[in-house]
Design a protein around this ligand. Sequence first.
Ligand code: NAD
Length: 467
Amino acid sequence: MDHQYSLIVIGAGPGGYVAAIKAAKLGIRTAIVEERKVGGTCLNRGCIPAKAMLHAAALYREMKEGEKFGIFASDVRFDYEKIVGYKEETTDKLVQGVEQLLRANGVEVLEGKGTLLPGKKVQVEAGEQKEVYCADNVILATGSKPLTIPIPGIELPGVLTSDDLFELREAPESLAIIGGGVIGVEFATAFASLGCKVAILEAMPALVPNMDKEISRNLKLILKKRGVDIHTAASVQKIEESEGGYVCRYIEKETEKAVESQYVLCAVGRCPNTGGLFAEGLKLQMERGRVTVNEHFESSEPGVYAIGDLIPGPQLAHMASAQAMAVAERLAGREPSVALNIVPGCVYTDPEIASVGMTESEAKEAGIPVSVGKFIMSSNGRSLISKEERGFIKIIARESDQVVLGAQMMCARATDMIGELVTAVANELTVPCMLKGMRAHPTYNEGVREAFEELEGGAIHIVPRRR
Ligand code: NAD
């Protein structure tokens, strides 16, 4: 086998496989190294399996609530093994799709553990075999793994990470979730819908603390209505075994409290996968365990790039893929096609949450005078038809020139609808520009138009305040 490539990518997640395919499409001779299944966390242990679980759980809840649409179903039940089977079938299909795309684009897949050696060489170790390959450039895209907290009891067998939770073969009867961030609230949504007794223990004063405050507040209300026991500003001290499973002992408002559950999920963030990635003596510049890169994603080692969860910044699959495109394009002598500073954030709760750009309070903090157009989705026909929970769309525009600076949504299809707002923010489009496009009726998307209309003298379906 020829051991010389123009580009070697280590890690075949949404960062690595996109970089490899894009580079190959641009005429770069590329190999990719992967020690597990291609697709990385996103396809195998993250976004895709989580959304499959959420989909099945939502369907179960909808079927049980069919009466509100005049649909009566008796004996609605689920078989958790079958839900897990459906989840695995879905991820397998996508993994096979990525394998096929790599092959079809002429990317060589090198199976094994990749280690970066000095001089842009990569060692691939598979069982007893070790091979060394050379490249003009290397992209490190090894992703991340779940983080745990150093408290007594964290090593107990029923204290799980998101990876372990996906492996369960029966639905938990009760689950205490440490961390009310994105993973915490998505799993709480899925398992609460399946009838599991869920508690969330979040250290910060709000759920999804990085999101708009109104979103955090509404999410708390909705999850509570579904029976989720939520404790914010709660600091977990230790976990102990008990008769029914485990007891999480935590401090909330200076009072010691406890919650008992069959399993505990630790969802307090993720840390980069750097174990065994660098040969002994090879030291790349790092910052808090993440590889430091310049504006072109090049590390302190010339010709060695790093992207995705391995570097500082948001740990999101689409962020990794966008960075991958940018590096591949640059290596092929092109300008990056994606604006890497405009990053949508989506949470697949029910209703969904999506945001991009600045929130109103961030604009205020930055001293930018803004106007806010807000539309409450209970006046949207499509939302009424499907009897959606309380939802809203908020758009932030700069007062001086009406350029769209950001948007936050909490409503059905928010994660799809945020796309047009990402385009608006990335291209500095103005409110009149966004109002030019007609929205079809009846759609959730009409809510976006109405939020823009609010910024331009008043939405049709909002009752004006008395003059
Ligand atoms: P996160 O950073 O979103 O949330 C972790 C939460 O845990 C935070 O709210 C934090 O305040 C809390 N926390 C930290 N230490 C704690 C403690 N000792 N006790 C109680 N709470 C504590 O991290 P995550 O939810 O684990 O997700 C990991 C990464 O994966 C994130 O970067 C996230 O964006 C990404 N992810 C994204 C999606 C999506 O885009 N839909 C889905 C899942 C995960």
